[in-house]
Design a protein around this ligand. Sequence first.
Ligand code: ADP
Ligand code: MG
Length: 475
Amino acid sequence: MKKQIATIGLEMHCELKSNSKVFSSAKNSYSETPNSNIAPLDMAFPGTLPVVNKKCVADALKVSIALHCKQPEYIYFDRKNYYYPDLPKGYQITQMTDPVGVNGKIEIEVNGKLFPVYIHDVHLEEDSASLDHFFDTSNIDYNRSGVPLLELVTEPCFHTAEEAVAFLEHMIRIYRYLGISDADTKKGQIRCDVNVSIADEDANELGTKVETKNVNSIGGVAGTINYEIKRQTKLKEEGRYSEVEQETRRWDEETLATIHMRSKVDAIDYKYFVEPNIPKFKLSKEWLDEIKSSIPRLHLERKQDYTENYGLSSYDAEVLIKEKEVSDYFEECLNLGIDAKSASNWITTQILGYINKTGMKINDLYLTPKRLKDLIDETNKGTISSKQAKEIFAKVIEEEKEIKDYISKDNAQINDKEGLTKIIDKILANNPSQIEEYKNGRTNLFDYFVGQVMKETRGKANPVITKEILTEKLK
Ligand code: ADP
Ligand code: MG
């Protein structure tokens, strides 16, 4: 059998953050008491009409712009007709003909290399209610009915699970940087339909695609792709490729396998038509420009900036951009004139260490970039040692005081060369046998002498000057 190439396309759903639902005034939160956040429209009561949530459209457009899609001239919606208990209206309001974005392209990083991803379209729609199935009953929670959902459809442009996962992680970051969703997979805010096919390496056409619906974790997406590639390849090896049919499967977290749900021989006809209850509205250039200008610099651009223009390692840059708040904090440090490497060192070790330990948010720390600058300045001036700076760091946060309050004569670092020489002379005079041993080759005793100086000065001796004097004296 010829070598097989897998092809993968993703349909990624993301629940948007908003106060109210996308077409009704009910609260957008379904984590509360079931069926408590429902407006008459969400239950399809007669006579109710949808009203478009402008913020949701703006957020969807942000994504469209960030993915370099083409935006439509008019915003309008379509009806996708089908019945299911989680959809009381009997249709879903979505966008089919003219979605908020088409034909996008972005570059993501896969294994340290840039990888192009082609976006078929991005469209805004409403979520359905959620169903919970028990042994012999099912519960419906309409709180989710009408929650704004952004669906992003990629071209079949991935060939491995790794590429597809890198894209999902990239998009989750973009959604968070744009502030339009928490994109938390654990809360079901990200759900994917995963399409996989295989074909001979030199084939001109793609193979038959198999769709696995509603995969709600990153691990699940990777698992689905790898399982499907294996399953389809095995069938092909056995001469049973005709058994790979257009079907819908689901991912089973327990057996780590995909399972047949239903065949999809012909495309389902949803009898789409333009949603008549929502007037078309023209997308003005002014509004688009306003939305564009609200888009912050995204994570990959920041990472490239940090490594190329500020000399940070790719590892450190990655840690800094992981969360927008941390990256913003770092950039504020740069604006204040803190050297990039010291800012990065402080943030990636002390600050993130503290945050991880206490669960605090970086913006809530009393140690603002300005106060961090004071701390670094004092260290650079030699008023305090770097060890003292670390102690002061924790105190500033806990006691909410200024850096200068911790810098007294009492704990100032000893930089005075003459004074240090006197102390060192005394120590050397008290340790003749150690000097003898040192001179006979036990050079690691050097640290012993440094230790003695620190003990004598209660850690306040400037370590650099101390070492200089000791090197000179022990020659
Ligand atoms: P459908 O009409 O069944 O919805 P589409 O052509 O609209 O199918 O594609 C839906 C998703 O499937 C897209 O993400 C697309 O990239 C992906 N896809 C399409 N054809 C293939 C294929 N042969 N192999 C893998 N993924 C595919
Ligand atoms: Mg859809």
